[in-house]
Design a protein around this ligand. Structure first.
Ligand code: CA
Ligand code: CA
Ligand code: CA
Ligand code: CA
Length: 362
């Protein structure tokens, strides 16, 4: 579903003013390659859009990270994934289902061996919203990340760009502590030699010698684009965790598959897929029905989801695809007033003047 804005929110006007200020400071609107004095780091709350597509200032390896374009608020929804939760069975130290190591699908928001439930890792829903140049991801958890105690979970998303089952990008970040967008603690990994998944993508190959995601292309604002990936606590009821990824960082793919991750246990991009690194006997199981494997052992304190399509309607045979009902692609579903703006939720942009029930396409 997608949202259509009939009016400019105040925040957009503020961003425009900041953008104009930045544009005036840069001769010809272009980023100087040799600034006469070191650029000052902009506070996160003050950064915003200069001309889309304009090259970002290159951050020096040691100097402050200079941001040009920060993500904004978002209200839309293109695709979502509902995940198994252990809210009821967690106290019994088991998952009710949803864990299939043969598909690299894990439902393990538990400590190893003790099976202590970790609800701040338990993903219940993931949403994706595309508003160029950003791909926004919202994650809903059973408990907020503030309940993580001493643990240091990562929250993120994996992208399979060519839909061959091998993940191509892993974007994840440390649990955020505020609802301000930050690149702090956010990492983006890619797989230069295309061996994520080893011989059989998503299926077990342990023990495999694959290098998984071996290449880091973004680390807390360090990378070719200092604005590549961001994280924050969900704002305004929009999930517990939100991420924003510049689509250009992924090569601006028109179609892809994606799935969500939480991980406070292994946190090893080079071990993807995890079922290629550990056998099922080493990994254990959160399912009491699996008497020979229960409880979880080497693969612990993490959760992931099935994969959902973006940019196309999946046929059902895509590797890792979610087997879930998808809403019909007709009709405006619902409209909400946000200040001066009326926002309608739709699978394609609602036309101007749309009301609930108005056909989405003119
Ligand atoms: Ca879950
Ligand atoms: Ca792939
Ligand atoms: Ca494999
Ligand atoms: Ca690799």
């Amino acid at each position: 579903m997608r949202l259509y804005f009939k009016g400019a929110p105040l925040a957009s006007v503020m961003y425009l003013l900041v953008a104009l200020t930045l544009a005036c400071a840069l001769p010809g609107g272009a980023a100087p390659s040799q600034p006469s004095s070191p650029p000052a780091a902009l506070p996160t709350s003050a950064v915003s859009g200069v001309t889309p597509g304009e090259p970002a200032l290159e951050a020096s390896p040691t100097g402050p990270v200079v941001h040009i374009l920060a993500p904004a608020e978002f209200y839309g929804l293109d695709r979502y994934i509902n995940d198994t939760v252990c809210e009821v069975t967690g106290a019994q130290g088991r998952a009710p289902g949803g864990d299939q190591i043969a598909l690299n699908r894990f439902e393990r928001p538990f400590q190893a061996s003790t099976m202590q439930y970790l609800p701040f890792l338990d993903i219940k829903r993931a949403e994706l919203n595309h508003e160029a140049p950003w791909i926004y991801i919202a994650l809903w958890l059973i408990a907020p990340p503030s309940e993580r105690g001493e643990m240091q979970p990562l929250y993120g998303v994996e992208f399979d760009i060519d839909i061959d089952g091998r993940g191509d990008f892993l974007v994840w970040g440390n649990a955020p502590t505020s609802s301000a967008w930050t690149t702090d603690g956010v990492q983006v990994w890619t797989d230069a030699n295309e061996d994520v998944g080893a011989t059989n993508p998503l299926e077990p190959d342990a023990p495999a010698a694959s290098s998984g995601y071996e290449t880091n292309i973004f680390n807390a604002g360090r990378g070719a684009d200092p604005d590549g990936a961001w994280i924050r606590l969900g704002a305004g009821g929009g999930g517990d965790i939100q991420l924003a990824i510049k689509e250009s960082l992924l090569g601006s793919p028109p179609t892809f598959m994606w799935n969500a991750w939480s991980d406070a246990g292994l946190k090893q991009p080079s071990w993807f897929d995890y079922n290629d690194h550990f056998t099922s006997a080493e990994a254990g199981s959160p399912l009491v029905e699996m008497k020979d494997l229960y409880p979880i052992k080497a693969i612990f304190a993490l959760d992931n989801t099935c994969r959902e399509a973006f940019g196309f309607t999946p046929g059902g045979s895509e590797p890792g695809v979610c087997q879930q009902a998808r809403p019909p692609a007709t009709g405006c579903l619902h409209c909400v007033i946000f200040g001066m703006a009326k926002v309608c939720t739709c699978l394609v942009p609602c036309q101007a003047g749309a009301n609930p029930g108005t056909p989405c396409s003119p």
